[in-house]
Each structure stands twice: as C-alpha cells, then as structure tokens.
Design a protein around this ligand. Sequence first.
Ligand code: CP
Ligand code: NVA
Length: 302
Amino acid sequence: MKHDLLTFSDWSQQDLSALLELALKVKNTPADYEQALRGKSLVALFEKPSLRTRVSFDIGIHKLGGHMVYLDSQSGNLSGREDVLDMGANLACWADAIIARVYSHQTLSALARAAKVPVINALCDLYHPCQALADYLSLTERFGDLTGLPLCYVGDGNNVSHSLMLVGAILGADVRVVTPPGYEPDEAMVTKARQLAAENGGTILVSNDLEAAEGCKALYTDTWLSMGDETPLEQIKTLFMPYQLNMPLLRKSGASAVMHCQPAHRDLEITSELIDSEYSLLFLQAENRMHAQNAILISLLS
Ligand code: CP
Ligand code: NVA
C-alpha cells in the first residue's frame, strides 16, 4: 500500500524517531544512499513560490540517484486547466511520487486520493511537515534528546506553527506557541497536538504572553504574513512588533538558539542581529531540509 506524507499526525513516536535517525545517517554517510532512488522519477508541483523546498528536493533527489520534474503552477491554481483529480491520476502514470506545494490542504487530499503513488506535502495552508522534520533534526543535532525539550514559537499561528506543534507533540517535546491575540494557531490543530502530546509524553502550551518563552532552549519564528495573505503589513505591524525575536527577548528567555524556516524579513519578525548571530540555527535548518526530505523519500519509496 502506498503511504502519503500529508501531515505526520498519523505517525508513531517510534517511526518518527527512526525517520530522524535515518535523516542523520543520510546526512553523515551520503555515499551509502547514492542509489536509493535509482531509476525513480518524481514530480514537484508548486502553486506557490519557493527557494528552499524546490532546490533542496531537486538536489536531494539527484544525490539519491533519482530525477525530479518541476511543474510550475505558480500562475494559477491546479484546477485551472483540468480537475486536480485528473492531474493526480495522470502524474501517477509516470512519476514514482508527487511532491506538491498548494494553497489548500484539500488539493493535497484530492491528489493523494487520485494518485496511486505517494504524495508529499511541500507546504499548504495548514501544514509544513518537511520543514518540521528538518527543524527537529536541527534541534537533535544541537541539543540531543528531544524528550521534554522546551521550544517556543513566537509569531503568527500558521502552517509552520501547526507542524511544529504536531511533530513536537509526537516526539515528546515541550512546545509553546506565543502569538498576538487573534492570531493563535487553528483550534483543531491545538486539540490534535494536545491529544498527541498526551499519548507521547509531550506538552503543548498556547499563549499571548511572552513570559511563556522563559526557560526555553530555542526560540522560533516565521513570517507574519504567509504566502497568499494580502493583508497590508502596516495593518498588523503594530500588533506583531512586540513579538519580534530580538536579543532582549532571547536574553530574557535564556534560550541559546533562534530558528526561522525562512524566507525571513529582517528586522520585522526577527532582527538581523539574531539571524547573523552565533545563536542562529537558520542555515542548519535550511541544510537539513534536504537530509530530512531525503529520509522521507527513502522511507516512502523503498
Ligand atoms: N522554508 C521554506 O519552505 O522555504 P521556501 O518557501 O523557500 O521553500
Ligand atoms: N508560513 C509561511 C511559510 C513559508 C515557508 C507561508 O506559508 O508562507
């Protein structure tokens, strides 16, 4: 039976930990995996722009001996020329897997239903699972055991915050999400993350109060306006500015690492000073996108 990777919420702690271990092996002994995707062709379908996801999948697949075809649907949504179900069924005639970045999670569900090959979520409105795996890989490398590791996401309660909560809950981490009032993560995601945390020994805290960051090992942020959100920055900037990741917040929290999935907006959600500091894990996270995704591909395709 084919396995899709749409959210990670259906993975066990054991399987997710094994996937992180595989990612570390792929990173540290790349020669062992040079043929892992030999003869495999993957399609990458992007409705939204990308730098890291597109390039890390393309180069990563090449390093595993496979081949990626990039389909640019950025100018319109997927159902413009034909129904997404037909597109998924057609792509599965040639491709061994479909990687898709879409506006709506429903598009991914439709692709996954229609395609007889694995579908991998490369970001949607609700989740960014590949990012979260790379982030926990980075945290493992920096801090070791993830059990009870306190991590605080500060900013907009968006797709990145959802996947951090869900994956962190399964891995048994202590995930805190601090947002301005009105920008909390989706309630259904918080409920699911709390359920997964209860089953796996993690904790989930959602707050509007930056005091929640105190005692955390790492602070994480993301853009205040996600792709497709046309809200003028000036309309939200005053509300979000107190939630900026900056040196005073880092010092007050006691954290020793800062994280951001990027693209980052310097001196908005995070200061340039922190991005360029010794605390920054940003480029480790970016590098680990490739290793984490390669582990996902090996696990789903072999
Ligand atoms: N973090 C991330 O997904 O970056 P891109 O949007 O550039 O792919
Ligand atoms: N929340 C951001 C993440 C970009 C990688 C967005 O969806 O645009």
